[in-house]
Design a binder for this molecule. Structure first.
Ligand code: 3PG
Length: 307
């Protein structure tokens, strides 16, 4: 009997676990759950006898992959798969998938929620600002970026987008104004919402130079990955530009320094919360279980990211 392991340091909502288990049971597989584990070694051990593994931001590193001869597939229930060592998986013939789009609305809602919180000074009673009429730039027009653009339009914002991998036509069809370069996006928009993945090209790519192009009252909203920010330059920039605010879903490494020096100009979630809704957990978790079933039963590899 094949065993499907759900290994999530940050647990799914109970309703999602229930529905994942239903898919696994109906497929005739064994279900195992490892939640809130304390040590990386717990993940290494649990994976040893699993045929398929569902994870979130859990670190599926080389040692995890090397430690199992049974695992055929790992599905990251979510969008970004920078937590999975793709090279190690590929070398061992392990299929890696994500579940694109399944948790995107939740992340987009948090982005707008955090923007309002900062614009209203954390609801401290002082007069804040409104989002209506402001320009927002979507940096990478994937699933989350699209949802952010829809919600931002509902708030009466002017929405722009830049994505080197999405045509201007596609962006226009979504009712968003495309721009040709990242520089143009940053110089046009008071708000920038980041949706770029973390990879060798993008890590530390957002620094002083590009942020310096933003107009007065600039706010950077990061629901992507903290690694895409050049934090040394972010600190320098925040010191130079007293009008600039930084919002991030998961605190940067320099959070304490920002908190000490730039009161009222930041908002950070204590733990990555973007995808942490019952709906997103159910959508992504169930999709992951179904993808595993379809991989074993039909050889379906459509969501594979290490082809
Ligand atoms: C994603 O890439 O899907 C999001 O960052 C969500 O990550 P999480 O599943 O760890 O909340």
């Amino acid at each position: 009997m094949k065993k499907v392991l759900v290994a999530t340091e940050k647990p799914f909502a109970p309703a999602a676990v229930e529905q994942i288990k239903m898919v696994v049971d109906e497929a005739g597989y064994e279900f195992e759950l490892l939640e809130k584990y304390a040590e990386h070694a717990d993940l290494v051990n649990a994976v040893k006898t699993a045929d398929a593994v569902i994870v979130r931001s859990d670190k599926v590193t080389e040692d995890v992959i090397a430690g199992t001869d049974t695992m055929k597939i790992v599905v990251r229930a979510g969008a970004g798969y920078d937590n999975v060592d793709l090279a190690a998986a590929t070398a061992k013939g392990v299929v890696v998938m994500n579940t694109p789009g399944q948790n995107s609305n939740a992340v987009a809602e948090l982005a707008l929620g955090m923007m309002i919180s900062l614009a209203r000074n954390g609801y401290n009673g002082k007069a804040g600002t409104e989002l209506r009429g402001k320009n927002i730039g979507i940096h990478a027009f994937g699933n989350v970026g699209r949802y952010v653009s829809q919600i931002a339009k509902g708030f009466g914002m002017n929405v722009y987008a830049f994505d080197p991998f999405v045509s201007a036509e596609t962006i226009k069809e979504a009712g968003v104004t495309p721009v040709d370069t990242a520089d143009e996006l940053y110089s046009t928009c008071q708000y920038i919402s980041l949706h770029i993945p973390a990879n060798d090209k993008t890590k530390k790519s957002i620094g002083k130079e590009i942020l310096g192009k933003m107009p007065k009252g600039a706010v950077l909203v990061n629901t992507a990955r903290k690694e895409v920010i050049n934090e040394e330059e972010l600190l320098e920039f925040m010191a130079e530009r007293s009008d600039f605010g930084y919002i991030s879903d998961i605190a940067p490494d320099c959070a304490a320094e920002i908190a000490e020096k730039f009161d009222g100009r930041y908002f950070f979630t204590p733990k990555k919360m973007g995808a942490q809704t019952a709906e997103a957990n159910i959508n992504a978790g169930v999709a992951a279980a179904e993808q595993i079933r379809d991989f074993f039963e039909k050889g379906d590899t459509s969501c594979q990211v290490n082809k």
